[in-house]
Design a protein around this ligand. Structure first.
Ligand code: PA5
Length: 470
């Protein structure tokens, strides 16, 4: 039952999640019927989301349209224009929701060889999203070997709170390097994406005169890829941000539909939550058959895990634990690594295939070798082979009664990627309501941050430090 949303071009095919395809491991088709229980629930949930849309922590729903979009696009394009032709390197400092969108967008929409190209119309992009000194040192050593005074390098520090230890530490190192290399005039080599009004980073930027872009109020890290958090590296590196936001806006619109079968986010959330709750499919594997989309799965893993992995407040004194374990795999590569487990291991997974109807490039496989064993490949192409591999894996999983669904991209473009990100963001909002959890907090992440502060000796965390050391 392919569901095509109006004005969007991604399609969602959930037929292999039904008992008609995977027997007792699938959902009863009545659950998803036009007038069935999920359809009735969708009407109510959609109305609730319509009421909260654009308010509180759901301001991310307004990122792709109206005044917020206009302000962000204008500010981001102004900075991109200011630096146009002047940069060889853009270095993003950020972690979690302040990094994953940048990485995903870059790898989906710029060539794999973007950083290797000698054509520097658009700068290279490095996203340093960890406190690991090795990649940090190696990247900066590479940059300074070419550009010791940072004349053609821009650092973009992204931190909503301005407090996150990994990003703050990187910022301190980079600021020091810039100051040593450029003196007081270093402010034009660092911009910050941070809270427009409060926080440590905001204070530092105001004092040092760094240019800033906002992480808008009511937009949490993992819902911020379509805000300046993700847009700035796209604009600097030649990705069409208008097209990206047009795609997101089209999907956002489609996901306001009260009819389950016309609302791809409601359908996606319903199928995955129902499979998790009724059928015990609590491991959700995203398996793109396109290398371009592989790191999108990292962005999705954070969204799905951090939003839904929670104690359910209404679950009794001890609480009930909600959430699904998101896993990423790559087709066809992981057919030779993971698919054995997916077919014959515990039947606790739902597989989410990402398929691309028309890859941007294909490679013909030449004929003429005359080797009988390889003749079936001759005259075909790599895209044809990859597509056959996806169908074959889908068939094999279905044969083993493993529920699987497919999100199909007609092509990977900024528009379809914008659709995809918004699709999952809205699906996450639905899933949060279905599971009875707050999709927007992350108490367990916060505790880890505080424990790091304590271990690193930050004032105010002495008691926690003592507990940690005992
Ligand atoms: O989704 C989230 O809230 C987190 O992953 C944050 O994005 C991450 O911890 C970084 O936070 P900040 O942007 O405040 O530095």
């Amino acid at each position: 039952m392919p569901t095509t949303a109006p004005a969007t071009s991604l399609t969602l095919d959930t037929a292999r999640c039904l008992s008609t395809a995977v027997q007792n491991h699938g959902l009863d088709p009545d659950v998803l019927a036009q007038d069935g229980p999920a359809a009735r629930a969708t009407v109510e949930l959609t109305q609730r989301l319509e009421e909260s849309r654009g308010t509180g922590w759901e301001r991310w729903r307004m990122l792709a349209e109206g005044a917020m979009r206009e302000d962000h696009v204008k500010a981001v394009k102004a900075i991109a224009a200011e630096y146009q032709g002047k940069l060889d390197n853009v270095v993003v400092l950020g972690i979690g929701g302040s990094a994953l969108g940048n990485i995903a967008l870059q790898s989906a929409l710029n060539p794999l060889t973007h950083n290797l190209s000698t054509d520097r119309t658009h700068p290279r992009l490095f996203v340093l999203d960890n406190a690991d000194p090795i990649p940090f040192h190696q990247t900066l050593a590479f940059i300074t070997s070419e550009d010791p005074k940072f004349d053609r390098t821009l650092f973009v520090v992204i931190s909503k709170s301005g407090e996150t230890a990994e990003t703050a530490a990187q910022f301190l190192v980079v600021r020091d390097m810039l100051q040593k290399a450029r003196g007081d005039g270093h402010a034009d080599r660092l911009i910050a994406v941070t809270d427009p009004e409060k926080g440590t980073m905001r204070r530092l930027c105001d004092a040092a005169g760094y240019e800033t872009l906002p992480v808008p109020e009511g937009v949490g890290g993992r819902f911020s890829a379509l805000s300046p958090v993700g847009l700035i590296s796209c604009a600097l590196c030649g990705i069409a941000i208008d097209e990206l936001l047009d795609g997101a806006a089209a999907m956002e619109q489609a996901c306001r539909h009260e009819a389950l079968h016309a609302n791809p986010a409601a359908m996606l959330a319903t199928v995955l939550v129902e499979l998790g709750q009724r059928q015990g499919k609590t491991v959700h594997v995203m398996m793109p058959y396109a290398n371009q989309l592989y790191l999108m799965a990292d962005w999705w893993r954070q969204l799905w895990a951090e939003s839904l992995g929670k104690i359910v407040p209404s679950g009794g004194a001890d609480g009930t634990h909600a959430g699904f374990t998101p896993v990423k795999a790559l087709g066809a590569t992981d057919q030779h690594s993971q698919v054995q487990l997916y077919r014959e291991g515990p039947n606790d997974k739902a597989i989410i295939f990402l398929e691309v109807e028309k890859l941007a490039t294909d490679v013909a496989i030449p004929a003429g070798l005359g080797e009988e064993a390889l003749a079936y490949l001759e005259g075909s192409s790599l895209a044809t082979l990859l597509s056959a591999e996806k169908k074959a894996t889908e068939f094999a999983l279905t044969e083993s009664r493993r529920p699987n669904l497919t999100i199909k991209f007609p092509q990977v473009t900024a528009h379809t990627v914008g659709q995809f990100m918004m699709l999952w963001q809205v699906a996450t909002a639905y899933a949060g309501l279905m599971l009875g959890v707050d999709a927007y907090d992350q108490p367990a992440v916060e505790l880890g941050k505080k424990a790091t502060f304590a271990l690193m000796g930050k004032p105010g965390f002495e008691e926690l430090a003592a507990r940690l050391r005992s």
